[in-house]
Write a protein that binds this ligand. Structure first.
Ligand SMILES: NC(=O)c1ccc[n+]([C@@H]2O[C@H](COP(=O)([O-])OP(=O)(O)OC[C@H]3O[C@@H](n4cnc5c(N)ncnc54)[C@H](O)[C@@H]3O)[C@@H](O)[C@H]2O)c1
Length: 243
């Protein structure tokens, strides 16, 4: 679909479920990958080809974010940034879990902001920069026990819009994807059995998303053809949020 030959895609959370599908999809489209994760994604980088590299970075650490962006920018350039890493800590709004709140905000919201800013000089130099932020349906509608997670993902959508307004003049588009439950090993632990079947029955398409479908959406937003799409939130939720 998209030919990304000659472009570098920085993907965060690449060692995780959706991140791995993103890496596979972008490699197939011809992009060179900079795979960023707190866990080493070297095996994945090697499996996908010789031009890809893995960078270990704790995205809760602002200094580490700046250092990684500078290193990747210098070694590979950055044309496409996929802010995918995220934490799915859920708890009821009445519980004052301050550490969980702060950690959620640090990874899901502060890190995309800081990394996008640190990548900006390289995205500008690209002339066709693309930022894709992986939000969630929980950032668009209210889901019980998603106080911190939902707030972080809603704020990520608004951050996406602000970046879209500020950076379009540099040829950079910023968009978000808001998936329903995606069938990653981690998500399936929480959404298996009867609970999962009940949730699927409430989704018009009757099923959860596949990681490859989120990668396909990101590939479109990163493509040349999507240059007019800016500040959008692409719902990848089977229609769950329209009801
Ligand atoms: N799986 C779902 O059902 C679903 C639904 C909607 C949105 N999302 C969003 O998609 C994104 C990816 O989710 P996933 O299901 O693949 O999750 P996952 O837990 O499988 O992967 C997340 C990745 O982020 C990395 N990460 C976590 N903390 C980090 C840190 N401090 N520094 C660097 N890397 C760190 C992890 O090591 C992991 O590889 C997240 O932003 C999540 O909120 C997921």
């Amino acid at each position: 679909m998209s030919d990304l030959t000659g472009l570098t895609a920085l993907i965060t959370g690449a060692a995780g479920g959706i991140g791995t599908a993103l890496a596979e999809g972008f490699a197939k489209a011809g992009a060179r990958l900079a795979l960023v994760d707190i866990n080493d994604a070297s095996d994945l980088a090697h499996r996908l080809g010789k031009d890809h590299r893995a960078y270990v970075c704790d995205l809760s650490d602002p200094k580490a974010i700046g250092n990684s962006a500078a290193q990747i920018g210098e070694e590979m350039g950055i044309d496409i940034l996929i802010n995918n890493a995220g934490l799915g800590i859920v708890f009821p709004a009445e519980e004052d879990r301050i550490e969980d709140w702060d950690r959620t905000m640090a990874i899901n919201l502060r890190a995309p902001w800081l990394l996008s800013g640190a990548a900006l000089p390289h995205l500008k130099a690209s002339g066709r920069g693309r930022i894709v932020n992986i939000s969630s349906q929980a950032g668009v509608i209210a889901i019980a026990e998603h106080a911190a997670y939902g707030a972080s993902k809603a704020a990520l959508i608004n951050l996406t819009k602000v970046m879209a307004v500020e950076w379009a003049k540099h040829g950079i588009t910023s968009n978000a994807i808001a998936p329903t439950v995606v069938e990653t090993p981690m998500a399936l632990v929480g959404w298996s059995g009867e609970k999962g079947e009940r949730a699927k029955a409430e989704i018009p398409v009757g099923r959860f998303a596949k990681p490859s479908e989120i990668a396909a959406a990101a590939l479109y937003l990163a493509s040349e053809d999507a240059g007019i799409i800016n500040g959008a939130t692409l719902m990848a939720d089977g229609g769950y949020s329209i009801r």
